[in-house]
Design a protein around this ligand. Structure first.
Ligand code: NAP
Length: 311
C-alpha cells in the first residue's frame, strides 16, 4: 500500500499531482471535516507536506503522534513551529538554493522599479500626463549605496546583481561573511548610509519588526526600503506612517504582514511598488522546488539521508 501523507496546504499543482499519485494524500486544507480526516489519517501519517506561507502549527503537529518529517515547499520555515518539531525529533526539510536567483532577480527589479520610478512612469504615460509635460527626474542606480540586511544565499545573489549595476554594497547580519562587501555590525548605521535597504533575512520571532521606526527614519526621506524576506520583519504600521508622511522615500514590497491583505494606505501611495509574493513564482523555480519536496519525501520513505534538511 502507498504510504500516507498529510498535505497541510496546496502547493505547485504538478508537484501536488505527483504526490497524489505516489502517496495516499490526506488534504488538510480543504477537508470538510478536519476531525474526521485526522481520526482516519493520524494513526498512520509519518510525513506532512506544507508551504512556506502555511507552515505547520504546534497544535497540528501535536495531533499527529507518528509524524517524523515536515517537508516544506519553500526555503523560509518561519511558519513551522520548529521548537515543537524539535521537541519530538521531527525532521524538517525546505527548498534552498533553487529559488535564490529568481528571488534576487525580483529584488533587483524592485530596486530598479522604485529608484527609477518605472511603475509610476508607466502610470504617467497611461494616464496621458506625458502629453502635458515631462515626468520629474528620478534617482540613479549607479553609485547608490545598497544595504543588504541578511547576507545569506539570496542576499549574496542580490549583492552580485547590484554590483553589476555599479551599486556600492554593504550588509548587516549576525556575523561577517566571506564576501567581498563591507560588513556593518550596526543596522541603524547601515540604514543611515544606504540609499536603498534590501531585507533578505529569515522571518520568525528573532527578526520580528527588526525594521522598525528607528531604522526607517535612519533610511530617511530619500531612502527606499525593499522587502523580499517576510512581512513580519518590517513594522508595517511604522512603514505606512513613514511613507505617508514623507519620512521615507519609497518602498518595493513583495511580502506583507497579513498576506494577501495589503494595508489600504499602501495601495494609495505612488512611491510604493507592490508584488503579490512573487519572489520564487516562476515555472522553472516552482518546478525545482517541487522536485526537492518529492526528493525529500522519497528519501525519507527509502530510509536515505534527506537531501535538504533544515539544520
Ligand atoms: P539564508 O541563506 O539562510 O540567509 C539568511 C541570512 O540572514 C543569513 O546570512 C543570516 O545570517 C541572516 N540573518 C539571520 N538573522 C538576521 C538578523 N537578525 N539580521 C540580519 N540578518 C540576519 O536564507 P535565504 O535562502 O537567503 O533566504 C532568506 C529568506 O528569504 C528566507 O528565510 C525567506 O523568508 C525569504 N524568501 C522570500 C521569498 C519570496 O518569495 N519573497 C522566496 C524565498 C525566500 P547567519 O547566517 O549569520 O545566521
Amino acid at each position: 500500500m502507498k504510504p500516507a501523507l498529510l498535505l497541510v496546504a496546496p502547493i505547485y499543482a504538478p508537484t501536488q499531482a505527483r504526490l497524489e499519485s505516489d502517496y495516499r494524500v490526506a488534504r488538510w486544507y480543504d477537508a470538510p471535516d478536519r476531525a474526521a480526516l485526522l481520526a482516519q489519517a493520524a494513526p498512520e501519517v509519518r510525513v506532512a507536506v506544507t508551504s512556506g506561507g502555511a507552515g505547520m502549527k504546534a497544535e497540528l503537529i501535536g495531533k499527529l503522534p507518528r509524524l517524523e518529517l515536515i517537508a516544506c515547499f519553500g526555503v523560509g520555515v518561519d511558519a513551522i513551529d520548529l521548537a515543537a518539531a524539535r521537541a519530538r525529533g521531527i525532521r524538517v526539510t525546505n527548498t534552498p538554493d533553487v529559488l535564490t536567483d529568481d528571488v534576487a532577480d525580483l529584488a533587483l527589479g524592485l530596486v530598479l522599479a522604485t529608484v527609477r520610478r518605472i511603475v509610476a512612469a508607466d502610470r504617467y504615460v497611461r494616464e496621458g500626463r506625458w502629453l502635458k509635460g515631462p515626468m520629474a527626474l528620478t534617482g540613479r542606480i549607479k553609485g547608490t549605496r545598497l544595504g543588504v540586511v541578511g547576507m545569506g544565499r539570496i542576499g549574496q545573489a542580490i549583492a552580485q546583481r547590484a554590483a553589476a549595476f555599479g551599486m556600492d554594497i554593504a550588509y548587516h547580519g549576525p556575523s561577517a561573511k566571506p564576501v567581498p562587501w563591507r560588513y556593518e555590525p550596526d543596522l541603524l548605521a547601515l540604514a543611515r548610509e544606504s540609499g536603498v535597504l534590501v531585507v533578505a533575512c529569515p522571518g520568525g520571532e528573532s527578526t520580528r519588526r527588526l525594521i522598525d521606526r528607528a531604522v526607517l527614519d535612519a533610511l530617511g526621506p530619500a531612502g527606499i526600503l525593499i522587502n523580499i524576506a517576510r512581512g513580519s520583519v518590517v513594522d508595517e504600521d511604522a512603514l505606512v506612517a513613514a511613507l505617508a508622511s514623507g519620512r521615507l522615500g519609497g518602498a518595493g514590497l513583495d511580502v506583507f504582514a497579513d498576506e494577501p491583505r495589503v494595508p489600504a494606505a499602501l495601495l494609495a501611495l505612488d512611491n510604493v511598488v507592490l508584488q503579490p509574493h512573487q519572489g520564487s513564482a516562476t515555472h522553472a523555480t516552482r518546478g525545482a522546488m517541487g522536485q526537492l519536496v518529492l526528493d525529500n519525501v522519497e528519501a525519507f520513505f527509502a530510509g536515505r539521508p534527506l537531501p535538504t534538511p533544515v539544520t
